[in-house]
Design a protein. Structure first.
Length: 145
C-alpha cells in the first residue's frame, strides 16, 4: 500500500511535547502502519516522521551505506525514535529530538510523499524564504507547471 502525503499543517506542541496528528492523515496512517511511526533528524534542521513501512525502507538504504557515511548513519539511525499515535491522536516528540530541531510550540508538518517533515514554524518560514530568494535550480529550469 503506497500513500503519498502532501500539504502543510500548522500545529502546536503541548506542554509535554505532543503533537496532534492532523485528521486528514490519521486514517491513512492507521491503515498503513496502525499508527506506528519513527522520527529522526534531518540534516536540514527539521525532523523526519516516517510511517513504519517507509522507515524500514529508508533504514535499510541507510544501513547499506558504505563506511565513509558512518557519520550520517549515526545521525539517521542513532537518533531514530519509534513512537505510536496515542488514543487522543497525538504523537510524543522526545525532548532530544525537539531540542535538535529547535521545536518549541508552533510547528509545521509537511507531507513529503512517503514521509513528513516537522519544522519549527519560524525556522521553516525562514528556510522557505531563503529557497524562494535563490535562482531556480537547473533541474527545474525546463520543468513545466
Amino acid at each position: 500500500m503506497s500513500l503519498v502525503f502532501q500539504g502543510a499543517s500548522a500545529l502546536s506542541l503541548d506542554a509535554k511535547g505532543r503533537m496532534a496528528v492532523p485528521s486528514r492523515h490519521r486514517d491513512a496512517l492507521q491503515a498503513l502502519c496502525a499508527g506506528q511511526l519513527t522520527i529522526t533528524k534531518n540534516p536540514d534542521g527539521c525532523l523526519m516522521v516516517f510511517p513504519r513501512p517507509a522507515w524500514e525502507t529508508f533504514r535499510d538504504k541507510v544501513a547499506a551505506l558504505p563506511m565513509s557515511a558512518a557519520g550520517w548513519k549515526r545521525i539517521f539511525l542513532g537518533n531514530a525514535m519509534d513512537v505510536e499515535i496515542d488514543s487522543a491522536a497525538r504523537v510524543l516528540i522526545s525532548p532530544e529530538l525537539r531540542a535538535a530541531a529547535g521545536l518549541t510550540k508552533e510547528v509545521m508538518l509537511l507531507g513529503m510523499g512517503s514521509h513528513f517533515e516537522l519544522w519549527d514554524a519560524q525556522k521553516y518560514a525562514e528556510h522557505e524564504a531563503s529557497v524562494m530568494a535563490q535562482p531556480m535550480p537547473e533541474a527545474l529550469q525546463d520543468f513545466t507547471f
